[in-house]
Design a binder for this molecule. Structure first.
Ligand code: GLU
Length: 374
């Protein structure tokens, strides 16, 4: 039986460090050659491919003879700077052997957070694809410290899938897919073939370990799947070491775990609001407001309970529930000090309280992405 997903044209392929490197940290040239050959073949068949490649830190460790990832940030960044060159050099050599050009894009959280930079990266990616070039993306590790990083390439690949509106995101890892239990400790663990909806049960099956050289584990993959599915991208987690893995996937063979794209696709602007934009402040809202937000309605002052941190009018803010969970993100029409005065009040009282009224809503529905809204 074959898989039944919609027609695929644009594919983002994410390859993890554990797939790209040998056990001593050196780059696994044989495997990379095989992946590149498959990618070039897909391109010759008319697919558009973007590669999100990890492996810089791992390759840096291999080159400098380290067998433990350093905990010092600068040292890790230095390794990424060393390893990225080796990685791209290898990719270039192999892609050239197939007469294909590559391009390197090193991105940071800030490139996704700023709408202008976001759109610029998107246009460059689309341009490269139209020129038949394979964009190869990694996080620009040397220029960002931990707290402002995307942090792992599973999440980065889901952001990229949203950026270019991909039909399919393939995450190649050292595991065959999602198991119902940890397969390392449970002999009877079963591989899950298809996930139609990511619920709490599925999230519980994830295990957080990223291995010696890599970063993400199953947890980041599931959260990447959640993101990708929302923007209408199918996601498959498969074993990067399986021979002809990409051919098999595109042949719709049932390998790995397929997370089916949501039927109702979030608009690309809402996706950016939810996952790309960087937030500056936080407010807390009541249950009534949370319900309204989940139905795609605007946020009104009456449902706001508290302001947690300061922000200006026009800033992107997190909307939290009483128990501290982020329930939505959006662009605020009022500053934090204004909201402190109008919270709990009806919209028609705003003018009297502030002496002016910029808007009826604190966050308009168009500028708001709710966690539960599809
Ligand atoms: N950017 C990191 C690297 O190139 C990889 C992060 C990850 O594997 O998720 O080593």
């Amino acid at each position: 039986m074959h898989r039944n997903f919609k027609n695929i044209k644009k594919i983002v392929i994410k390859v993890g460090t554990s797939t790209l490197t040998n056990s001593d940290g050196s780059l696994n040239e044989t495997l990379i050659k095989s992946l590149v050959a498959q990618i070039c073949d897909l391109k010759n068949r008319g697919f558009e491919v973007i590669l999100v490649s990890s492996g810089a830190v791992g390759a840096g460790m291999g080159l400098l003879g380290l067998d433990k990832k350093p905990s010092n940030i600068n040292e890790k960044q230095a390794l990424a700077a060393v390893g990225q060159v080796a990685l791209m050099h290898l990719y270039e050599r192999i892609f050239w052997a197939h007469s294909k050009n590559i391009a390197q894009l090193l991105l940071t959280r800030g490139d996704f957070g700023d709408r202008k930079r976001y759109l610029s990266v998107r246009n460059v990616c689309l341009k490269l694809l139209s020129l038949g070039i394979v964009p190869i993306i990694n996080e620009n590790d040397p220029v960002v410290a931990d707290e402002i990083k995307v942090g792992d390439n599973d999440t980065l690949s889901a952001l990229v899938a949203g950026l270019v509106d991909a039909d399919l995101l393939i995450i190649l890892s050292d595991i065959d897919g999602l198991y119902d239990k940890n397969p390392n400790t449970n002999l009877d663990a079963k591989l899950i073939n298809t996930v139609e909806e990511i619920d709490e049960n599925i999230e519980k099956m994830a295990d957080g370990d990223g291995g010696k050289f890599g970063t993400g584990g199953m947890t980041t993959k599931i959260s990447a799947a959640k993101m990708a599915n929302k923007i209408g991208t199918n996601l498959i987690i498969a074993n990067g070491k399986m021979p002809n893995v990409l051919f098999k996937i595109l042949n719709k063979e049932k390998i790995g775990t397929l997370f089916l794209a949501n039927q109702k696709k979030l608009s690309s602007r809402k996706y950016w609001l939810a996952y790309g934009a960087t937030q500056k402040g936080e407010i807390v809202v009541d249950d009534g407001a949370i319900k309204a937000l989940a139905q795609g309605k605007s946020l009104l002052s009456v449902g706001i309970l508290d302001v947690i941190s300061e922000f200006e009018r026009g800033d992107m803010i997190n909307v939290k529930s009483r128990d501290g969970k982020v329930v939505a993100k959006g662009i605020s029409n009022y500053s934090s000090s204004e909201i402190s005065l109008i919270k709990g009040h009806k919209s028609d009282e705003i003018e009297q309280i502030l002496g002016h009224k910029s808007d009826n809503d604190v966050i308009h529905a168009d500028n708001l992405a709710s966690k539960d809204q599809n």
